[in-house]
Ligand binder design. Sequence first.
Ligand SMILES: [Zn+2]
Length: 221
Amino acid sequence: MRKITRYILHYLGWPKDSAPTKGQQTVNEIKTVHLRRGYHNIGYHYLIDQNGIVYDGRPDAQEGAHCLGFNPGSIGINIMLKVGETPSDKAIKALVGLLRELKSAYGCPISSKTIYGHCDFLATACPGLLYPRIKEIIKFTNDNNFKTSVDSIDKDKNIETTKKKDTNEMINIPIFIRGKSNSIGNALLINSQSFIHAGLLAQYGITKVEWDGKQRRVILG
Ligand SMILES: [Zn+2]
């Protein structure tokens, strides 16, 4: 398997007034253009449309053809935006979900040292209005509270999701040892119950676990 060390983001870059994109059909058209250019497959590994649908490009195992000189070690992702088009919330959520999957599959973290726009390497306007969102995308990808579910953007469902969140909370809570000021790790709070890795308790010889509701943290003794 190729070693993945970075993710490179692209856009379509079609003129503003060009025909609307059509999901898989547009992906197929791009593939045709790339094959005509002499590539053996579509140049990108993934494409994402404004409805938040992720399309497969070429397999991850194949080196991409999307950023001349920087294809080795890279995964190329195209967010199908035209010139001047803003990425939708659905597209951003789908991208975050995809990056999380890639991160866990290849162990390549999502940070400012691993995720780039095409324009970071070559003189190009690509990835257009996606570029100023990269910082935010890194933050979302690493934030366990950020939901990638496309459905939750729907207005009605969003209300339900918010309600559910109150009763089905799953958040990271810092763990402290009594008398010490630095956190030694994180516990997971699910449905108001804190879960701590058993290895951590053994490591510190802990016999007592307390929940400090006021400061929302776990104290070990
Ligand atoms: Zn590009």
